[in-house]
Write a protein that binds this ligand. Sequence first.
Ligand SMILES: Nc1ncnc2c1ncn2[C@@H]1O[C@H](COP(=O)(O)OP(=O)(O)OP(=O)(O)O)[C@@H](O)[C@H]1O
Ligand SMILES: [Mg+2]
Length: 219
Amino acid sequence: MVHLRHITVKKGRSFILEDVSFHIGRGEFAFLIGPSGAGKSTILRVIHLDEKPTSGQLVLEGRDAAAFPSREIPLWRRRIGVIFQDFKLLRDRNVMENVAFALRVTGARRGTIKRTTLKALSTVGISHKRSAMPEELSGGERQRVAIARALVHEPHLLLADQPTGDLDPESADEILALLTDLNHRGTAILMATHDARLVQGPHKILRIESGKLLPDQHT
Ligand SMILES: Nc1ncnc2c1ncn2[C@@H]1O[C@H](COP(=O)(O)OP(=O)(O)OP(=O)(O)O)[C@@H](O)[C@H]1O
Ligand SMILES: [Mg+2]
C-alpha cells in the first residue's frame, strides 16, 4: 500500500535520505530502526506528505503521490494515523475532547463524533479515564489516548514515531501489545524505535543509518 522508490531528501548539500526504497504491504507490521539522526522521522514525514522528496517516487495505494492534487493531501493524511513519542495531546482538553477534536475538524455530526470517540477509547482500554485531563494521566495512558485519536478515522496505516520513547518498560510493552492487537485487526503499522528490546516478533525490520537503508533485509 505504500511504496518508496529511490527516495532522496536533500537539505542544502546534505542528504537526509539517500535512495531509500521499501514497501509496506496491507496489514503489515514493520519496525524502522537506526541511530538518532538516521532519518527515521523524515521517512515518516515523507509518507505523511509533510516532506516532499527531492527525488524518487512515493506510491500510495497504487497512485503516485507527486500527482495528488493539493485537496487530496488532507484526505490522505486522514487515512493514516500518526502517534509520537511526546503524545501531542491538547493540554486544555480532557481525554474525550482530545479524541473528539480529530473528528470535529472534519465536520462530522455530533452523534457520530460521540459514538466514534467512545469506541476508540474502548479499543485502547481508556474509557474509564474519559473525563480526565492529560496531566492527570500516566505516560502509557496518554499514549493510549493519542492512539485512540489516531484511530477515529479508521486508518489503514499507523505511523508511530518512537511511541514508547518516554515510557517505562512495562508501559512500553503494553503499548506494543496494543499496536500488535491493532495490527492483527488489519491496520498496517510502521514504527520507528530506538528500543531494541521491543524489536521482535515476525515483523519486517528496516534498518537505516545516515539516511541510507542498510541492505540484507526482505523488503
Ligand atoms: N529541516 C531540516 N533541515 C536540515 N536538516 C534536517 C532537517 N530536518 C531534519 N534534518 C536532519 O536530518 C537528519 C535526520 O533527521 P530525523 O529527524 O529524520 O532523524 P531520526 O532518525 O528521526 O532521529 P531521532 O532518533 O533522534 O528521532 C538529522 O541529521 C537532522 O538533523
Ligand atoms: Mg525522529
